[in-house]
Design a protein around this ligand. Structure first.
Ligand SMILES: C[S@@+](CC[C@H](N)C(=O)[O-])C[C@H]1O[C@@H](n2cnc3c(N)ncnc32)[C@H](O)[C@@H]1O
Length: 493
């Protein structure tokens, strides 16, 4: 916790709990999403709106509430900064403006105040759960809840932290079985297509606690010693804290494992060998651009956030798209094969009618476009031309903020998850995680890499590759299969 102000801020939020709707413990722990733990949507972000009084090609402020503050003079005066420029800054920026994509990137990944470098902790189950000993999924859920509390009690005994951002992933919850399922998929695929001509080279981007790496390597060593001899596992991890945890997990696999503490976006070495590239729950935190559309002309406008001298946020829109957003829209037009959710999908006459009503918004609802994910596929194409991708993420998320492909923005305070209704929040205190539109992602990936893909639901992947006997409860329910119904898996074929 780095400021007394924030403590007071969250305390006052907590005092408002009567206005919030508490969800049940079952919802909290049933794996609907990695951080679904809590309270219903609540407007918290300090966002101010005004009427767009400027020429259209300069900047628009969306007209959405009664609170009007014209910040066009500041908009002209403040410099435009990027997440890259802010990396060396220890303080959150003021008197600047930036693309929403850069704002999200900075809020999540700034090395000094970003979410991933501050309070984020990934739950570790310790001993694997004995699924056969549970009567049903509910009993497992209770046991999981108990371990979650014990895990946090231990951390609090070392250092109490009411702002600890604790979350869990299927890798951790179902260890070692989830990692073993992934290992079986990889080895079967390797034996079919690359063995014996190539080694098994695995790259994992964003390895969290390092549990997937350990579980995969243990499984290959125990089930396929010959393949294990030829296996190399390389982790690319942005967080120094998590890279340190991953090193501690390497153990006996030290001759086979390498950990590179770097963002995938800084990767510059070509890897020409055939490799498998694993990305589990990493895409959801990749920053997106925020667009709104002029409801009359249908012109796309790109979101820019202005931060004033008090640290308050103001949303602006410009018709001059930056090259990255422009390229994404071009790619979408030329390569996406399937119908998309889009803010302009409503009939034009209805839209025109609504927009003419007094006090109605002057721009459409926002759309969030995955521009960083596009950049990641560029990295794959450029530096890993012979890769095969295996990626899992959420195809939908409950309690997202308003908009198409909109993220969930949430923080955890005194062990309660608090979702909020805006992306413009104090940088570093909030997780901002996006659902992945797997159909759109598949089209984009195919267009950029030229590779074919397959998408399946998490359940199908688990049924195909997991040890179903070991993960079944006595009633026949299988949490590894039944939970994470909102996750999907994309693989190159
Ligand atoms: C939600 S965690 C998932 C951890 C792990 N894959 C799992 O399933 O348990 C996201 C991980 O991706 C890492 N990460 C996020 N952005 C990254 C980037 N640009 N380059 C490398 N690692 C990144 C985070 O530090 C973290 O380890």
């Amino acid at each position: 916790m780095d400021s007394p102000f924030m403590t007071t801020f969250f305390r006052s939020l907590f005092h408002c709990r009567a206005c919030l709707k508490q969800s049940s413990t079952v919802t909290r722990l049933n794996g609907i999403s990695r951080t679904r733990t809590g309270l219903d949507a609540y407007g918290l972000g300090r966002r101010h709106y005004g009427f767009g009084a400027k020429p259209r090609d300069v900047a628009w402020q969306p007209r959405q509430s009664n609170f009007i503050e014209d910040m066009s003079e500041e908009y002209q005066r403040y410099p435009m900064v990027t997440a890259e420029l802010l990396k060396t800054r220890r303080e959150r920026p003021k008197r600047v403006k930036m693309l929403v994509r850069d704002f999200i990137d900075d809020a999540l990944y700034n090395p000094h105040y970003g979410y991933f470098s501050k309070e984020a902790v990934i739950f570790s189950a310790g001993e694997p759960f004995n699924f056969n000993s549970f009567q049903d999924a509910l009993e497992f859920n209770d046991a999981f809840g108990k371990r979650y509390t014990e895990f946090e009690d231990k951390l609090d005994a070392i250092e109490y932290n009411e702002l600890r951002q604790l979350w869990h992933t299927p890798t951790e919850l179902f260890q070692p079985y989830y990692g073993e399922a992934v290992a079986r998929y990889l080895v079967a695929n390797y034996k079919l297509s690359l063995y014996p001509y190539h080694d098994l080279i695995l790259y994992e981007m964003g390895a969290g606690n390092g549990t997937l790496m350990r579980n995969i390597m243990d499984c290959i060593r125990d089930s396929d010693p010959d393949v294990y001899q030829r296996t190399q596992y390389k982790i690319i991890e942005i967080s120094p804290q998590l890279a340190a945890l991953q090193r501690a997990q390497v153990g006996d696999h030290k001759d086979h494992v390498e950990i590179v503490n770097r963002s995938i976006f800084d990767w510059k070495s070509p890897v020409h060998n055939p490799v498998y590239f694993i990305a589990m729950e990493v895409f959801d935190n990749f920053a997106h651009d925020m667009l709104r559309y002029d409801p009359f002309t249908e012109q796309a406008l790109q979101g820019i956030v202005l931060i004033d001298d008090k640290g308050d946020f103001y949303e602006f829109y410009t018709a001059q798209l930056d090259p990255v957003a422009e390229r994404y829209l071009r790619l979408r037009k030329s390569a996406f094969r399937r119908g998309l959710k889009h803010p302009l999908n409503t009939p034009r006459f209805l839209r025109n009618l609504c927009t003419r009503l007094p006090f109605s918004p002057n721009l459409t609802e926002p759309e969030f476009i995955p521009t960083k994910l596009m950049g990641f596929f560029d990295v794959l194409r450029t530096y890993f031309p012979n890769h095969r991708l295996l990626a899992s993420d959420f195809h939908s998320l409950p309690d997202a903020i308003e908009g198409v492909n909109a993220p969930v923005v949430q923080t955890r305070y005194q062990r309660q998850m608090v979702p909020v209704s805006t992306v413009f929040v104090e940088q570093g205190y909030f997780d901002i995680l996006f659902p992945t539109d797997f159909e759109a992602m598949e089209d984009m990936y195919q267009a950029l890499t030229g590779k074919l893909t397959r998408v399946m639901k998490h359940e199908e992947f688990a049924r195909s590759w997991a040890d179903l006997e070991a993960t079944q409860t006595r009633s026949g329910e299988n949490p590894l299969v039944g939970w994470y119904q909102n996750a999907s898996v994309l693989s190159s074929v």
